[in-house]
Design a protein around this ligand. Structure first.
Ligand SMILES: C[S@@+](CC[C@H](N)C(=O)[O-])C[C@H]1O[C@@H](n2cnc3c(N)ncnc32)[C@H](O)[C@@H]1O
Length: 336
């Protein structure tokens, strides 16, 4: 941990922000390890103007205010209205005077505080919103989780340097937060974007399937998901001991083969793999789940061979590129 982040972590009382009156932890609290890593990437310096998306408990707002110091400012945007007065009260009780929390959709940023030196998000947008880049000043940076493919749960945490109004460089590492949403989330465990088929049991986690290729073929994703629910075949993972599924996943995100798919199989797992019109094959940490004809399994085996032949590249070998789109700035991964 850098000295500045370590000092901020020591100065801001986590429990003060996240603890509820009944002693439980606010569900919208982030993992402290992930917060610290993102703050190191963000490099907030004294005097910086910081835009935060997703106030949650206000803990990270307190950390950012500490890092930006008395001459800096933090503007934090939270979509869930009930959390705003809660965070405001806790920040005030902690003596934080340089942070403002407002209720709104973080996709719009917060023009009132622009230009910002830093933007950080604790919820995952599908693209880096144009508003964030428009509201940023010279030599600025954005650190945020973002989608890296048009597949559910395909995300990474990226650090983007912005110069002259253009995002210029990206580093990427694994991780993600809840998807950014404008309306309250009603079905927990079901991704908000790029789900091509789903089944929501009353008493268990949802089933879902995401496949960009099958998106074009009506009904097929639903049939495959039915098969995964009714006739899954489970075997040991084809990855060898020491081969890391996270690294293989990074390589798949960087190469994005046509049949690439993601799935959530209720309480069993959320996995990555291949889906074709006739079958599917998904990897978990220690299992291979297949259904239908063997094509998808063969394709997955082929990808593993290609990854091995490429030297098993993983997250350290991956970088990101930022491309403009009608909805904002898309982030895609590529091998260095
Ligand atoms: C993981 S929590 C944030 C935790 C916070 N960093 C903390 O330490 O307590 C993500 C937050 O993002 C908020 N959020 C989700 N979509 C949003 C949006 N479109 N605009 C602003 N906030 C959003 C959620 O309501 C939630 O409070």
């Amino acid at each position: 941990m850098t000295a500045a982040v370590a000092d901020a972590v020591a100065a801001v009382d986590y429990d003060h922000f996240v603890t509820e009156p009944d002693g439980s932890t606010l569900p919208q609290s982030s993992s402290v390890t992930s917060i610290q890593q993102m703050l190191e990437d963000l490099e907030v310096r004294p005097g910086h103007r910081v835009l935060e998306i997703g106030t949650g408990s206000g803990y990270t707002t307190g950390l950012l205010a500490n890092l930006a110091g008395a001459d800096g400012l933090v503007r934090s945007v939270e979509v869930f209205a009930d959390l705003v007065p809660r965070a405001q009260a806790r920040l005030a009780a902690a003596g934080v005077t340089t942070a403002t929390v407002t209720n709104g959709d973080g996709y719009a940023g917060d023009p009132a505080g622009a230009p910002y030196d830093r933007v950080v998000a604790w919820a995952t947008p599908h693209v880096i919103p144009s508003a964030w880049i428009d509201q940023i000043g010279q030599d600025a940076a954005v650190v945020a989780p973002v989608k890296v493919a048009r597949l559910a749960r395909a995300h990474a945490i990226v650090a983007i340097t912005v110069s002259g109004g253009r995002p210029t460089a990206v580093s990427a590492r694994p991780g993600g937060y809840i998807e950014m949403h404008s309306e309250p989330v009603t079905i927990f465990g079901l991704p908000l974007r790029y789900v091509d088929a789903s089944h929501i049991p009353d008493d268990a986690e949802p089933w879902w399937l995401s496949s960009a290729a099958l998106r074009e073929v009506p009904g097929v994703a639903g049939l495959l998901l039915d098969r995964l629910r009714s006739a899954p075949h489970t075997s040991a993972t084809p990855l060898a001991p020491g081969e890391d599924l996270d690294d293989f996943t990074a390589w798949l995100y960087a190469t994005v083969p046509v049949e690439l798919a993601t799935a959530g199989l209720s309480d069993r797992f959320a996995g990555i793999g291949a889906a074709t019109e006739g079958g599917a094959a998904f990897l978990t940490d220690d299992e291979l789940i297949t259904t239908g004809n063997p094509d998808a399994g063969r394709i997955l085996t082929l990808w593993i061979e290609e990854w091995r032949n490429a030297g098993r590249p993983g997250w350290p070998d991956i970088t990101g590129v930022v491309v403009p789109s009608v909805e904002g700035w898309e982030v895609r991964l590529t091998l260095r």
